[in-house]
Design a protein around this ligand. Structure first.
Ligand SMILES: Nc1ncnc2c1ncn2[C@@H]1O[C@H](COP(=O)(O)OP(=O)(O)OP(=O)(O)O)[C@@H](O)[C@H]1O
Ligand SMILES: [Mg+2]
Length: 177
């Protein structure tokens, strides 16, 4: 559940992603560094790179199974990496159906082994965890690149990630945490 008391405690990171490999590589960094129990809510238009980012996260966790978007299965669970990865894709769901899927059981960690929870199309969520990383992917007008904007909500910080491009650089998350 969201806790508005914490919503003002934010730290931000913006990265230019010149190509799909850059999106993937940021995912690898996230998969290597994020602590158990982290939830990532992914926002962005069709084709903005959410699955590519998640594939990188899987690689960074040491998962060798192919990560495919769970468009029909809704949730894919990967247990072979450093910590479990729970990958949701809510694209086909209305908000009420997304709520019935009970993603909170995953991010609260009581019912399932705690891991990383990654949710594509988080726009469909009615409830949010108390702490999460909000990641927005935007498609450049030329369609040839993407921008990633990450905010830590509820008092958590985005991990420091080397910018894959010099074009935008990145704001230092430490300075605001
Ligand atoms: N930074 C980038 N620059 C250019 N192309 C990219 C970038 N990142 C990913 N792509 C490409 O964009 C396409 C869509 O990527 P992807 O499937 O990851 O998007 P998505 O947000 O998961 O889409 P959907 O909304 O359908 O779930 C793929 O061809 C991918 O290689
Ligand atoms: Mg996708």
């Amino acid at each position: 559940m969201s806790n508005s008391r914490f919503d003002t405690e934010q730290s931000e990171l913006t990265l230019a992603l010149p190509d799909a490999q850059a999106t993937y590589q940021v995912g690898v960094e996230l998969g290597r560094s994020l602590p158990v129990g982290t939830t990532l809510l992914l926002y962005g238009d069709l084709g903005s790179g959410k699955t590519t980012l998640t594939q990188g996260i899987g690689a960074g966790l040491g998962i060798t199974d192919p990560i495919v978007s769970p468009t029909f299965t809704l949730i894919n669970e990967y247990m072979e990496g450093r910590i479990p990865l729970y990958h949701f894709d809510l694209y086909r769901l209305a908000t009420a159906d997304a709520t019935r899927l009970a993603p909170d059981l995953y991010w609260e960690g009581d019912e399932y082994e705690p891991g990383l929870v990654v949710i594509e199309w988080a726009e469909r969520l009615q409830h949010h965890p108390a702490q999460y990383l909000q990641i927005k992917l935007s498609i450049a007008p030329t369609l040839e690149s993407r921008t990633l904007h990450m905010i830590g909500i509820g008092g958590i910080c985005p991990p420091p990630i080397p910018s894959p491009s010099e074009k935008l650089g990145s704001t230092s998350p430490e300075s605001q945490c």
